[in-house]
Write a protein that binds this ligand. Structure first.
Ligand SMILES: Cc1cc2nc3c(=O)[nH]c(=O)nc-3n(C[C@H](O)[C@H](O)[C@H](O)COP(=O)(O)O)c2cc1C
Ligand code: SF4
Length: 462
């Protein structure tokens, strides 16, 4: 299959982009069809949102377009904070023009007043590429009037959470607000949250003035120009019936050459590890694979699960953003649980006490088990907290802690018991947190400073 989203050579100018197979024709097609029929094409294509949830993109757009409101906004989520994921940065590096074209089509389809592209301030190369591509589109007169702003956001994991992202665009810290972007959009008047003693402000509780905002991931938008240019049926000719198209997968961890690569949906996970990550070292086998930190672990016996939303769903996991962290047979799964739980507990913002306190407590008990000082009581307390860590949660981070840690207790109970019985870790090995700073040429650069990050988001001095 020829690459669809990730060209072999980067596209570095609008002229080069317009000379490609699909470049520019998606916008032309959308303009001919009009907004409603454009949404209909995306709906029929079966495209599913690539930020992790796998929701129908067409249905999401239709929902925003259907809301009665004078102002709608569009946000492109390029925060890419999920450990083990680098595909959005790879896409922007390879071809920022298809992203901008997808953004323009989405904005046209939902009638957006303005669009924002959110990237981390530390993604300097990607900010430069997207900014240049927007300017070139405007200079070429393709979207001379479009108002598109590039936002350079903070490094926190929560910046990528859509309700927190809207807060950042509005000039605040990345703390998730209560209501989702389609109900409480950008620059909306305060929505009705319950009892209040004054007359409602304009728009409260009615949907008008709520400024419904569409948030879509970079890869979701990159697919859009191709679908408009070639049609829904063409898109459905790739992948599976429930997960059409391709996916840009990241493979890191215990593989020979970590990398990003585009694969057809439905490809077995083992084949993706071989094709994208060059496989396992000789003599090593896969013990566990995590798709980011938001889903239950995939264990070795399930290594040939099809990489599709339904494939991962059938084994009780989730494909997430197809960022695969691979661990081989030398790995201690108590250590993996401790380190991934530590990541989530540090990144929790603390607006919901069960999330911050619970994930912190789970991490401490996991650390005691890993260090060999843990007892049955530590195990029991982890189980107890897992029941409550997501109580009253504003965002999904607390659920990530719940599902990821519980899955490890279920899949590897003997390793937890072993640590308690032996009073030490039988497989000592310092696992890195694959928070990726760079990934190219078969080499991954992890954020080594992460070990100094504290729960209040400050850093321990070196
Ligand atoms: C803690 C947390 C972090 C997230 N980080 C990202 C991210 O870095 N990039 C992203 O696209 N979505 C991220 N998401 C998902 C977004 O909230 C949102 O669902 C997504 O951007 C919507 O885009 P899509 O509909 O195209 O998938 C995160 C969600 C949570 C709960
Ligand atoms: S669930 Fe956790 S991360 Fe999300 S808003 Fe609440 S405290 Fe913050």
């Amino acid at each position: 299959m020829p690459p669809l989203l990730l060209p072999a050579e980067p596209v570095t100018s609008i002229d080069a982009y317009l000379a490609t197979d699909a470049g520019g024709s998606g916008i032309e097609r959308a303009q001919k069809l009009g907004p409603a029929a454009t949404i209909e094409v995306v709906l029929r294509s079966g495209l599913r949102c690539r930020g992790g949830g796998g929701y129908s993109t067409g249905r999401k757009w239709a929902g925003i377009a259907a809301q009665s409101s004078d102002r709608r906004f569009l946000v492109c989520n390029g925060a890419e904070g999920e450990p083990g994921t680098f595909k959005d940065r790879a896409l922007v590096r390879a071809n920022p023009y298809q992203l901008v074209e997808g953004l323009i089509i989405a904005g046209f389809a939902i009638g957006a007043a303005e669009a924002f592209v959110c990237l981390k301030a530390s993604f300097a190369r990607e900010i430069e590429g997207v900014t240049r591509a927007i300017e070139e589109f405007q200079l070429a007169g393709i979207c001379g009037e479009c108002k598109i702003t590039v936002v350079a956001g903070p490094d926190q994991y929560l910046f990528g959470e859509e309700k927190a992202m809207l807060e950042v665009i509005e000039g605040n810290e990345p703390l998730p607000r209560w209501l989702p972007p389609h109900i409480h959009g950008l620059f909306a008047t305060a929505p009705q949250l319950g009892w209040q003693s004054h007359d409602p402000e304009a728009g409260e509780g009615t949907g008008t003035g709520a400024n419904p905002t569409l948030v879509n991931n970079v890869e979701t938008l990159c697919n859009v120009p191709h679908i408009l240019a070639h049609g829904a049926e063409w898109f459905r000719s790739m992948g599976t019936a429930e997960s059409p198209g391709t996916i840009v997968a990241t493979v890191v961890g215990d593989v020979i050459a970590p990398d990003v690569g585009e694969i057809e949906m439905g490809t077995p996970l083992g084949a993706v590890i071989d094709a994208v990550g060059s496989g396992m070292a000789p003599g090593r086998t896969v013990k566990a694979v995590f798709s980011g930190v938001a889903n239950p672990v995939v264990t070795g016996p399930n290594i040939n699960v099809p990489v599709s939303y339904e494939g991962f769903g059938a084994i009780g996991s989730g494909m997430g953003a197809a960022g695969f962290i691979v661990y081989d047979d030398r790995t201690c799964m108590v250590d993996a649980a401790y380190r991934l739980s530590r990541f989530l507990s540090i990144e929790s913002c603390g607006q919901c006490p069960p999330c911050k306190i619970g994930s912190g407590a789970i991490t401490e008990h996991l650390e005691r088990l890993e260090m060999g000082t843990g007892t049955d009581d530590d195990f029991a307390r982890i189980v107890g907290w897992l029941d409550h860590v997501a109580d009253g949660n504003r965002c999904y981070l607390a659920v990530e802690e719940q599902v990821m840690v519980s899955s490890l207790l279920r899949a590897f109970p003997e390793e937890f018991a072993e640590h308690i019985d032996l009073g030490r870790c039988p497989r000592p090995r310092r696992l890195p947190i694959p928070k990726l700073l760079d990934l190219s040429g078969g080499a991954a650069v992890y954020d080594e400073s992460y070990w100094r990050k504290r729960p209040d988001w400050t850093y321990e001095p070196e």
